[in-house]
Design a protein around this ligand. Structure first.
Ligand SMILES: CC/C=C\CC/C=C/CC(=O)SCCNC(=O)CCNC(=O)[C@H](O)C(C)(C)COP(=O)(O)OP(=O)(O)OC[C@H]1O[C@@H](n2cnc3c(N)ncnc32)[C@H](O)[C@@H]1OP(=O)(O)O
Length: 295
């Protein structure tokens, strides 16, 4: 069955030299193919099971800058077109962190042109992930605030490690506003009432709290996250693929189309909003508070 919800714009931009793609090397082994190992996104494709593991690899906190988002989009596009690939596990190569969300330094004292390019890369990565035909599962083995939470929510299933880790859309705490499509994904995940509270408060939840509101599907000890994802995948892989993909497509189409129909307007709005003096001041204070935490 043809992939119904795939976008190619990141690749196109890469070919036009507007963004820098990942190393793109492909190494073949007996059962595993590894794409783009030199970059910030590691892909390990298990040809026997058809399951790809995509690991964010930008220590210390996997913050999502233009390069990471571009590499992620390209990796997802490759998997989408790989007929042998049935499922994708999104995980982290950095211990204690899933992703710290968008790289705040991309939003602080940046140029409008860079802001627009950065936002387009985020849009494309998200459209590829949320619109994927693949079974997608997030293995959340660490903190997952803001953009990290968006990535996790955009998967079909989430397993989170118990303990000190937190997840949520905390944008208001930075003095910024979660874009409408972040909100739409959260609405689809935890419903209207919980989303209203979560977004206004910029709430960050422990794994147990996240489980209680349906933000994650399972909470297990850290060492059990990957085996639990693998066990759950076995169930999902038994469902006839065409029926599952049509179901997923029909449930996500409205939210995907809402962004697709106004990508440029959304990117321009982001660049204008983020460069407001008041927003820059809030971001500056937030960066200072992150640095102060260490001293
Ligand atoms: C119209 C729409 C307009 C705007 C919408 C924009 C949408 C934005 C969505 C986002 O994703 S905003 C990003 C929000 N992210 C956060 O608030 C997370 C901030 N980070 C943390 O809370 C912590 O770092 C952590 C809990 C994730 C990890 O804690 P820990 O392991 O103790 O690490 P450190 O705090 O020491 O951080 C190490 C290092 O990394 C820097 N850093 C952390 N997060 C980010 C980030 N998101 N972007 C850039 N850099 C980040 C931190 O400052 C430290 O840097 P040093 O140079 O001091 O080592």
């Amino acid at each position: 069955m043809a992939a119904p919800m795939r976008g190619m714009s990141v690749l196109r931009q890469a070919f036009q030299g507007l963004v820098r793609p990942a190393g793109g090397q492909v190494c073949r082994q007996v059962q595993h193919r590894c794409y783009s190992t030199p970059g910030h996104v590691q892909v390990d494709m298990n040809s026997e099971t058809g399951v790809a593991t995509v690991r964010l690899n930008r220590p210390p906190v996997n913050s999502l800058n233009l390069d990471v988002l571009t590499e992620l989009s390209i990796a997802l596009e490759k998997l989408e077109t790989d007929k042998s690939c049935k499922a994708m596990v999104l995980a982290s190569a950095a211990p204690g962190i899933f992703s710290a969300g968008l790289d705040i330094l991309e939003m602080y004292q940046s140029t409008p042109e860079r802001c627009v390019a950065f936002w387009r890369a985020l849009q494309d990565a998200w459209l590829n992930l949320y619109g994927s035909r693949l079974i997608t599962m997030a293995a959340i083995e660490g903190h997952s605030p803001a953009g990290g939470c968006l990535l996790a929510m955009s998967c079909d299933y989430r397993v989170m490690a118990e303990g000190k880790f937190q997840i949520g859309l905390n944008e208001t705490k930075l003095g910024i506003v979660a874009p409408f499509w972040f909100t739409d994904v959260m609405l689809n995940t935890i419903g209207h009432r919980e989303t209203e509270k979560a977004l206004q408060l910029g709430a960050l939840y422990s794994a147990q709290q996240a489980l209680s509101i349906g933000l994650v599907d399972k909470v297990v000890p850290l060492a059990e996250v990957m085996p639990t994802v693998e066990g759950e995948l076995k169930n999902w892989l038994q469902i006839p693929a065409a029926a599952r993909v049509i179901t997923k497509t029909s449930m996500r189409k409205a939210v995907l189309d809402r962004l697709r129909s106004q990508k440029e307007k959304d990117a321009q709005f982001f660049a204008d909003f983020i460069n407001r003096d008041s927003v820059q001041k809030s971001l500056g204070m937030y960066i200072a508070s992150l640095q102060k935490k260490k001293n």
